[in-house]
Design a binder for this molecule. Structure first.
Ligand code: TRP
Length: 477
């Protein structure tokens, strides 16, 4: 297939895949899940999931994509026939749903970046109230803190930025954008960590984050760890099949996957190292117990952190707070482009449509699919409290459903490799770019995990996740 586009080499591919992986999941969700699941013990569970379940699935996805040289649907279809093609389509649909709500949250972050850097959000007294109003009325164009406050506009702009990048193609768009944003993201992250460690009481935050409490090890810790690991590494819906299809046969898949996993995990780990010293600094300033600061859910980065930035004084607060939200926007944008690329590749490859047209069409459609999530934060009460979903809001519902799709998708991918495509074909693909693969320990490890460990555990855990979502796991165990 000519002219599908390709990455210029190993670095371009790794940066793009790591960019897809590093996102809101790392900077926002990981720290609060770690915080509410016993800190270091969560980290341990998370790392085990990455090694035993995520790394093998990642290698499998990239191998499938590169071998078939096609989009998620096309790859399964080519290697396994029409029936398996539906698994690809299922992934593409899951990606569309993820992008629809992900872009809403990215829009919040983009608005906060503007409000903190250029508006006077930091002078606000009531950060909780501000956030509540902000996510509630999405069409509020009245000027708050010197800027229009409409999340409708912010997320529309964010989707347009995503579309501009994806429409430029693989090398000129996706790879170039990642080559700028990923290094900047690391620099900002390290800069803020260094600064936050100099604040009073910072080390009490580090201790909380790093000293394990084994009494916290519960089934929920494992379920949360797995969900987070899959989401964070962008697995289970064909994003890496798609990126893998643009990778040259010269490159080593197993080692690239290792670098991507380490890059993603380190950003999640560092995000915790940035957030907890800040939270303990705030507790110190306000002379309260850190436990009293609500660090779970969206309030962590949209309520607690802005309050901390405002404690730093106006100028420093603008610089540190502005950089923080710029970091979040970069992380989100490198992920949204990977999410948009999946259905774009499908239409370009299968329906032979022109990339530019497809990109804008899909961006608009997915933005519209995101509207229910956007109005679910209070603006339209019916979406705010779903009666069939334990009274939770639509955004939570759709985010939870995607978690399920990802682990189910990963489980089916393992079954596809062992029962349909054949593990020998995967081996053959992995030998390209890695001459020693056939006699390596990695090969034995992948054989055991992909054929046995991963499908069984992913199947079981998917069932647990479904039970947890619909019935609440605390009631059961
Ligand atoms: N991994 C990203 C994050 O942590 C989100 C993401 C991007 C994603 N592409 C994906 C999740 C594909 C699942 C599948 O924020």
């Amino acid at each position: 297939m000519a002219n599908r586009g390709n990455f210029s080499g190993r670095i371009g591919f790794i940066l793009a895949a790591a960019g897809s992986a590093v996102g809101l999941g790392n900077i926002w969700r990981f720290p609060y899940l770690a915080g509410s699941n016993g800190g270091a013990i969560f980290l341990l569970v998370y790392l085990t999931c990455i090694l035993l379940l995520c790394y093998p699935v990642m290698v499998g996805e990239i191998a499938i994509g590169r071998s078939a040289n096609s989009d998620a649907y096309g790859s399964y279809n080519k290697l396994g026939g029409r029936k398996w093609g539906y698994l690809g389509l299922f992934g593409i649909m899951a990606g569309i749903f993820i992008l629809s709500f992900y872009n809403v949250v990215a829009g919040w972050a983009f608005g906060y970046f503007l409000h903190i850097s250029f508006g006077d959000l930091l002078n606000h007294q009531d950060f909780g109230g501000f956030f509540g109003d902000y996510v509630n009325d999405i069409l509020d164009v009245s000027s708050v803190a010197g800027l229009a406050n409409s999340n409708f506009i912010f997320s529309l702009v964010f989707m347009a930025l995503t579309a501009i990048i994806v429409s430029q193609g693989i090398q000129k768009g996706i790879e170039a954008a990642n080559k700028i944003m990923m290094p900047s993201l690391y620099l900002i992250l390290i800069g803020i960590i260094i600064y936050s460690l100099t604040l009073p009481n910072a080390f009490s935050g580090v201790k909380f984050y790093l000293i394990p409490d084994f009494s916290e090890l519960k089934i929920k810790t494992v379920v949360d760890g797995l969900k987070q690991a899959f989401f964070s590494l962008s697995l289970g819906m064909g994003a890496l099949i798609t990126y893998g299809s643009y990778l040259s046969k010269k490159e080593n898949i197993t080692s690239s996957a290792l670098v991507i996993s380490v890059a993603d995990t380190s950003v999640a780990f560092f995000a915790g190292l940035m957030v907890f010293p800040l939270v303990h600094f705030l507790a110190f300033k306000l002379t309260i117990d850190p436990q009293q600061i609500g660090t779970s859910g969206p309030p962590l980065i949209f309520v607690v952190l802005p309050q901390i930035f405002s404690e730093m004084g106006l100028i420093l607060g603008r610089i540190i707070g502005g950089s923080f939200f710029l970091l979040v926007c970069f992380a989100a944008l490198t992920s949204t482009i990977s999410l948009l690329e999946v259905p774009v590749a499908y239409l370009v490859d299968q329906k032979k449509m022109k990339r530019k047209n497809v990109v804008w069409l899909l961006a608009l459609l997915i933005f519209i699919c995101g509207l229910p999530s956007m109005v679910s934060q209070g603006m339209i009460p019916a979406f705010n409290k779903l009666t069939f979903y334990r009274g939770q809001d639509f955004l939570t519902f759709i985010a939870d459903m995607s978690d399920i799709c990802l682990t189910v998708g990963g489980c089916l991918m393992c079954i596809f490799i062992s029962r349909q495509w054949g593990i020998a074909n995967m081996d053959a693909e992995l030998t390209h770019g890695n001459d020693g693969y056939m006699s390596s320990k990695t090969r034995s490890f992948l054989h055991i995990t992909i054929q046995w460990v991963a499908p069984v555990l992913l199947g079981l855990l998917s069932i647990l996740i479904i039970v947890e979502k619909f019935f609440g796991i605390d009631n059961l165990i």
